[in-house]
Write a protein that binds this ligand. Sequence first.
Ligand code: FES
Ligand SMILES: [Fe+2]
Length: 421
Amino acid sequence: MTLTTTTPRLDAGWLLDLLDTRPRGHSLPGACYSDPAVHELDLRLIWQRQWIFVGSVAEVPEEGDFLSIDLGSASVVVLRDDDGRLQAFRNVCRHRGSRLVTESHGCVGNIVCGYHHWTYATDGRLLHAPQLPPTAERAALGLRTVHLREVAGLLFVCLAAEPPGDIEDVARVVAPYVAPHALDRTKVAAQTDLVEHGNWKLTMENNRECYHCDGHPELLCSFFPTWGLADHQVPERLRADHDRYLLAQVDLERRSEDLGLPYALVEDLGRPVGFRLHREPLDGAGESFSPDGTRLVGRLLGDLPDARLGRLGLHTQPNAWFHAQADHVVTFAALPVSVDRTLVRTTWLVHEDAVEGVDYDVASLTATWRATNEQDAAFVALTQAGVADPGYEPGPYSEAEEQVEAFVAWYDARIREEAAR
Ligand code: FES
Ligand SMILES: [Fe+2]
C-alpha cells in the first residue's frame, strides 16, 4: 500500500474543475462557499499566499503594542518593537508551539509564553528559556518572522515565503491617496468585531456592489442614489439625482486639485494585490457619513484644511475596504473563521488630538457603519443559507455587479496560479 501525504480532495484539481463550470458573469458554484475542502484550499492558496490587511498603525502606536489576527489555523502577531519598528511574527512558541498571544490587542514588555515561560524580546529574539541546556542554539530560536508591509499607515502581512512582489507597485499608487489622511497621526476611536454567518467570499462579494443598497437606509443618506451606475444605467426617475452627483463630482475634483490631492479613479483588480481607489463626492454637505453629510469629527485629519472632501474609497483583495473622509477613516478587514463564518473588523480612526465628547461622539461617529454592517451581515447570512441549499444554481450578475465579477475572476485566477506553483 502506498501512503500519500495529501488528502485527495485537498488536491486543487477538483476545485479547478468546479471553477471551470462557472460561466463568466455568473456567481460561483455552491461548494465554493460551503464545502470545508474548498475552505482548506482557500486558506492554503489565498490566505497563506496573498497580502492580507490586518490593521493600521493607529492600533500599535507605542513600543510593545501588538495586534494579533487569525487566518484559519495560522495566527500572526504584529508588534512595535522597543526601537519603534513594526515586526510581524508567527504567534507560535519556539519551544513546543504554544500560542503566545491570545488577545487581539495589547501591550507587552517582552512576550512570555504562558506554558514554560520562554521569553522573547519585542524584536523576536529568545531572551530566556529556563533550564534549556547551554548547548542549545538560542540564537536560532527567535520567533519566526512574517512579511509585513506598511502602506501609508495600513498594515499588510503575507505568510508566503515569497510574497507577491506587486505590492510595491500598488503601494506607490495607493500611498499618495491615503497619505494626506495622515494615519500615523490618528487614534482608534472605536472598533467592532462582527462575525458574519457566511463564507469570506460572500462577505467580499456583498461589499463589491451597491445593487442591494436599498437595504441600507442610513448609508443612502451619504451615497448618491445613483452610486455605482454608469450614465447609461441611470433610470429616468434618478436623472436629477445623477445630475446633482455629476456637479458634486466636478466640484470635488476642483477642491482636490486645489489641495494637491490625487483624484483619478485607479482600478487594477486583476493583479495579485488587486485594488481599486477612488475619491468621490458624498451626498448632502459632502463631508462625512452623517445623516446630513456634515462632519462627524471637529478636528480634521492631518493638515487637511477642507472638510468637504467626500470619500476616498479603497478596496484591496482579498480582504479589505476603506473609507477616508476629511474627518475620519474607517477600515474594514474580513478574516475567515470557518467555511461559513467571517469576522468583519471595523475600525474608526480620528485625529490623535481629537477629544471624545468634545470633537466627536462615538455613537454618532459609528452609527452609519454599525447599522450598515448589521444589514450586510443579514444579507450575507441569507445568501450563505441559499448557496448551501441543493436547490441553488449560479445566477447571472447584473450590470451593477461588475466588481463582483472582477472579484470572483480574481479568486479564480489566484487559485489557478497558486495551485500551479
Ligand atoms: S511551549 Fe512555550 S515555553 Fe514551552
Ligand atoms: Fe451592503
